[in-house]
Design a protein around this ligand. Structure first.
Ligand SMILES: [Cu+2]
Length: 105
């Protein structure tokens, strides 16, 4: 028994639907009290991962209050972007440390 056109179409549709959503992880390094790159572009659903190379704790704190990530010395911290638009952030412990995430839908 050969599958009819309807079931082939259903299989194709299923294959398209089961492709995973392309969410990426974008890395920002913290080294000597500097976020690098200072500005990153991402999409809603992507993860921003901060890699702290310093021996000090840092935070990535959105000025909007939407997220606040504490990054322990020589550890990583992450946030999943839930909103589109530009988000400025800073480190609570070192307010001169500033960065920006621009998320497109
Ligand atoms: Cu800091």
């Amino acid at each position: 028994m050969t599958p009819g056109r309807g079931s082939i179409a259903a299989l194709v549709a299923y294959a398209l639907l089961s492709v995973p959503v392309r969410a990426e992880t974008i890395q920002v390094t913290i080294d000597k009290l500097v976020f690098s790159p200072a500005e990153v572009n991402a999409k809603v659903g992507d993860t921003i991962e901060w890699i702290n190379k310093d021996a000090l704790a840092h935070t990535a704190t959105a000025t909007s209050g939407d997220w606040n990530v504490v990054i322990a010395p020589r550890q990583t911290g992450r946030v999943v972007l839930k909103k589109s638009g530009a988000a400025d952030y800073f480190c609570k412990y070192h307010p001169n440390m500033k960065g920006r995430v621009v998320a497109t839908p």
